[in-house]
Design a protein around this ligand. Structure first.
Ligand code: SF4
Length: 338
């Protein structure tokens, strides 16, 4: 059953009207759900109304299961979907406000070796309302509105293209969460055709590529998607995205002992030279045990070499390391405990 939150306000009003109620009842329901008010606590609507809507639409797409808080202020929570699947969401605190990192699928079929989400493969896509419900739950948990959204949790967002694009439009809608499009970022392992489709949507969100290697040979050793798309094809898609949106492209580069030499940094710099981009370097979180993390010194030297070669790059903090911060870790533990 589709989540009601997958619909826009106008669509909800139409749906409510089709079920024999006045459209403004739909608006009351939508306003309450966006604010995170539980269905049984909505005082302005009758039980009969809720019962009828509930028979056709899922009004409670996500229930909080557990919440962990890091010493650095990062909060990670696991939510249970109506079919019993568990997803996880992370809230990060920055100087400018809160950013929520949402999951877009239950599991993932991309099989990156450094990622815990991949353990059980892809279970299913989330609908737009199930993604939106994570942002609403984050607002409820912190008691204020998050200002930024990153689609960087479990799942490959562009492998769930239609639902993700719908979610972005809903989150950005002035009648919904009203989050600025400039404050929404999507991270992909590099699905070339979908990057071009996203460029053509004209949304102008920030695009991040999980690159993690300076050449295809290394990339193939831990990212199966590299057998489908070359780095050259991905960069061409990025150029197309930049041409359409004018948005700087971000590259994620997770450092392990497989890709952390200064030669690797120089090769990466040659690859990105001339592009309007920024590289976020992060030390591997050894969640899956498949790869070995680089030392902090190596990570600093890698970033320095990129900067020396004229590439904008920073070493990112690994937030929430004490609360199973890498994607998929909390979910996997909860499933192990069941
Ligand atoms: S890193 Fe992203 S694309 Fe790769 S397996 Fe994990 S969730 Fe999927």
């Amino acid at each position: 059953m589709i989540s009601l939150l997958s619909l826009s306000l106008d669509e909800i009003k139409d749906a409510v009207k089709d079920l024999g109620f006045k459209p403004f009842r739909g608006e009351q329901l939508y306003t309450a759900l966006i604010k995170g008010i539980a269905v049984d606590k909505i005082s302005t609507l009758s039980k009969d109304f809720i019962t009828v809507i509930n028979q056709k639409y899922n009004l409670t797409p996500l229930r909080l299961k557990t919440k962990l808080e890091s010493q650095d202020g990062t909060i990670k929570f696991a939510g249970v979907l109506s079919d019993g699947n568990i997803i996880e969401t992370v809230i990060m605190k920055y100087k400018y406000g809160y950013t929520v990192c949402v999951s877009t699928q239950v599991g993932c079929r991309m099989g990156c070796k450094f990622c815990a989400s991949t353990r059980g493969g892809l279970v299913r896509d989330l609908d737009a309302g199930e993604i939106l419900a994570q942002v609403i739950m984050a607002n409820t948990i912190i008691g204020e509105r998050v200002t930024n959204i990153v689609l960087m949790g479990c799942g490959e967002p562009l492998d769930n293209y239609a639902n993700v694009v719908r979610f972005i439009k809903l989150a950005n809608s002035s009648k919904g969460l009203n989050i600025s499009i400039r404050h929404i970022s999507l991270s992909t392992c590099g699905l070339v055709d979908k990057i071009k489709m996203l460029a053509d949507e004209g949304l102008g969100i920030n695009l991040t590529i999980s690159l993690h290697a300076p050449n295809d040979e290394i990339r193939k050793t831990f990212m199966p998607i590299a057998n489908r798309y070359t780095i050259k094809e991905i960069l061409e898609a990025c150029d197309y995205y930049f041409g359409k949106t004018g948005r700087r492209i971000y590259f994620e580069y997770t450092l392990s002992t497989l890709n952390d030499s200064l030669d690797n940094a120089r090769e990466l710099a040659r690859l990105l030279k001339g592009r309007v981009c920024h590289v976020n370097v992060i030390r591997l979180n050894e969640a899956t045990g498949a790869l070995t993390a680089s030392s902090t010194d190596k990570a600093k030297a890698f970033v320095k070499e990129l900067n020396r070669s004229g590439i904008s790059a920073t070493l990112r903090r690994s937030l929430g390391a004490d609360i199973e911060g890498a994607c998929g870790q909390l979910k996997n533990r909860l499933e192990d405990e069941v």
